[in-house]
Design a binder for this molecule. Structure first.
Ligand code: ADP
Ligand code: MG
Length: 626
């Protein structure tokens, strides 16, 4: 895909160097210089001690604050203790050099985390801050904050669209990658929807402004990604818990070592290796990188917790309509249960009720009615019965439109042949009498089989289909697709129950839905995945994972990325805990290394962990061509 956003530029680095950062640099330089001068015996000890205090100040502050507010013993406290012990023990140069190195390491780590964060922004890019608006016949470039909804914005080739809106005039090929992750340009013409942050590749558009600034889809996505970063993964909490356990043990261990050896240098060295620094760095960076990478592919992951759970999922439940199928059923036939009446009359009445419904079946019926240019009436007292159908009054008559369960519950007698097997039948009853049926069929997505295969290769053990549709239609759709289980005739709350049952059986369940009527099931699942979320705001907001397009392979990509991220976290913990702590402590105990070497060596794994984490930003997802 084309990289729309420039990589972090030198100016980005400059914005990272705040005045606080410069102060930090100054502090490091001063401490370093004084240590050097002291070691050359140019300046007396009290000056060195003053410099050490100056260097320790930020560490003590953070360390004590952490201890008070989070009851957490962090690296800062370790280093403080190590330095103080060094000073008391007369290891002035060792202590001061150690302190300088740690200050440098912390500075670099901080800067890098901020840089990773800045690169998220750079990757996703930014919506333009000005718009070319047509006012009173003239075109003027004005700041976004001054644009009003309803105003016409002009966008030319090569420019980013500044608002969410509707095309009034012009045609253009628009690259929607910043939102959907798909860089294949989409044709836009009058009446089409366009999104802020997307780029006009070719052509020019007049766009009526619908949404601005923070209300745009783009702004909401960025907001979600930024919030996602802040949420913690359970492994991270585990890391914190382990650290909390380890620390008292470490102190006892150090005390014992000291009592046995009476060697202060050894204790200082050990303190460096027992500090829990990598534990803290191991996960957040991975999460930031994975979320950024996913966002670039049009996959919104709502935080580290989601990432970890998605990696652990072993059962995937699909909603049928709109997920396994396109969700655009079309009418295949109209049937009458009574001798009188015309097809068009039956369809018109059904469509008149369905026109206020947002269900895919309703859309199919309306489309057919429009094709036939039928005149529709306005329904009154319109009511949606989830998973069943709709009810309304049309021209004084009580009309029911929905499935057989719904009509039967309402006391409507149905003929034996009411349901046409293999179709989604929508039944019509007027004043308690079944008049007829509209049969619809939906198309199964062609890449379904391939997607299920790849999901199973990624460790999903069971694929389950959940649908409110009837059993025969469900089976027809699922045939030869690799689906292991079908649950048909479900109400939204039944879908929830199926998920609960799977979870009680010890499974980690992800549920994929279109978010329209699967909200309870999506919420109950360990991971709720909404497809085509660019279209429905509710789904975007409610799901744990929102796929911006309707593309099934995004599910696989999300899963692959989550698995990679989870593995990276484990690698980081292994390097951090395993290598640094075990090897470092051993080397120190064997007196292979002293405090200064320890401080230098400590930097190695920090860098490894960092590099390993940012690697995720560059992961290639299977379907993408670069
Ligand atoms: P799913 O998304 O799994 O198909 P839904 O809960 O959306 O399930 O719908 C279940 C069933 O309820 C549909 O198959 C249909 O028979 C009936 N139904 C729901 N809403 C409508 C509607 N607006 N018009 C007709 N039938 C409906
Ligand atoms: Mg549905």
């Amino acid at each position: 895909m084309t990289d729309l956003a420039p990589p972090a530029s030198p100016s980005a680095l400059r914005t990272l160097m705040t005045s606080e950062r410069w102060l930090e640099v100054a502090r490091i330089v001063v401490v370093g210089l004084i240590v050097l001068l002291y070691s050359q015996r140019v300046i007396p000890l009290p000056v060195l001690l003053a410099a050490v205090l100056l260097g320790l100040y930020p560490l003590v502050k953070v360390g004590v604050l952490d201890l008070i507010h989070e009851r957490k013993v962090g690296t800062e406290l370790f280093i403080t203790v190590a330095t103080i012990i060094a000073m008391i023990g007369g290891e002035y140069v060792a202590g001061a050099v150690l302190l300088s190195i740690i200050l440098i390491a912390e500075f670099i780590a901080d800067l890098n985390t901020d840089r990773a964060r800045a690169s998220i922004q750079a990757l996703i890019g930014a919506a333009p801050q000005t718009a070319l608006v047509r006012r009173a016949g003239a075109e003027r470039s004005i700041p976004i904050s001054k644009v009003n909804p309803g105003e016409t914005v002009i966008v030319r080739a090569g420019e980013r669209i500044p608002v969410d809106g509707t095309v009034l005039a012009g045609t253009a090929a628009v690259n929607q990658a910043p939102i959907t992750g798909e860089s294949v340009p989409v044709e836009k013409r009058a009446g089409d929807e366009v999104f802020a942050g997307t780029v006009v590749d070719l052509g020019a558009l007049d766009v009526r402004t619908d949404k601005l600034g923070n209300d745009t889809l783009f702004a909401r996505i960025i907001n979600l990604v930024e919030n996602a970063e802040a949420s913690q993964a359970p492994v991270q909490k585990l890391a914190d818990r382990v650290a909390a356990w380890l620390i008292p043990l470490v102190f006892v261990f150090l005390l014992v070592v000291y009592l046995v050896t009476r060697d202060l240098r050894l204790i200082i060295t050990l303190l460096i290796f027992t500090s829990p620094a990598e534990l803290g760095l191991a996960t957040p960076l991975v999460i930031i990188a994975a979320i950024a990478r996913a966002a670039r592919a049009g996959i919104l992951l709502k935080g580290g917790l989601v990432l970890e759970q998605l990696a652990k999922v072993d059962v995937l439940a699909f909603d049928k309509t709109g997920t396994l199928t396109y969700g655009r059923p079309s009418v295949t036939g109209v049937r009458h249960f009574l001798p009188e009446g015309s097809d068009n009359r039956l369809l018109a009445l059904t469509a008149s009720v369905e026109r206020r419904s947002s269900h895919p079946l309703a859309a199919g019926i309306l489309k057919r009615a429009q094709e036939l240019k039928l005149t529709l009436e306005e329904p009154e007292d319109f009511e949606v019965i989830a998973g069943r159908g709709v009810r309304a009054r049309v021209g004084g008559q009580r009309v029911l439109v929905g499935n057989s369960a719904f009509l039967q519950e309402e006391g409507v007698a149905l003929p034996q042949t009411a349901i046409l097997p293999g179709t989604s039948t929508v039944l019509l009853a007027v004043d308690g009498v079944a008049l007829g049926a509209v049969d619809l069929m939906d198309q199964v997505r062609p890449d379904l089989r391939d997607t299920i295969e790849r999901l199973k290769a990624s460790g999903i053990k069971r694929v389950v289909m959940l649908t409110g549709d009837n059993e025969t239609t469900a089976q027809l759709a699922a045939r030869d697709m690799g689906i292991d289980e079908i649950h048909a005739d479900l109400l939204p709350e039944d879908k929830l129950r199926v998920i609960l049952d799977l979870q009680r059986a010890g499974h980690q369940v992800a549920m994929v839905g279109d978010g329209i009527n699967d909200a309870p099931a999506l919420a109950q699942a360990n991971v709720g995945i909404a497809m085509g979320a660019a279209g429905t705001q509710a789904a975007l907001e409610a799901a744990d994972v929102a796929l911006m397009t309707d593309d099934l392979s995004k599910i696989v990509e999300a899963r692959v990325l989550a698995a990679r991220a989870y593995r990276t976290i484990q690698e980081n913990l292994f390097v951090g805990v395993g290598v640094v702590h075990v090897l470092g402590i051993t080397a120190a105990l064997l007196r292979y290394i002293g405090p200064i070497q320890a401080a230098v060596l400590h930097l190695g794994p920090d860098i490894l962990v960092f590099l390993n984490s940012v690697k995720l930003l560059r992961v290639k997802l299977t379907r993408e061509k670069s």
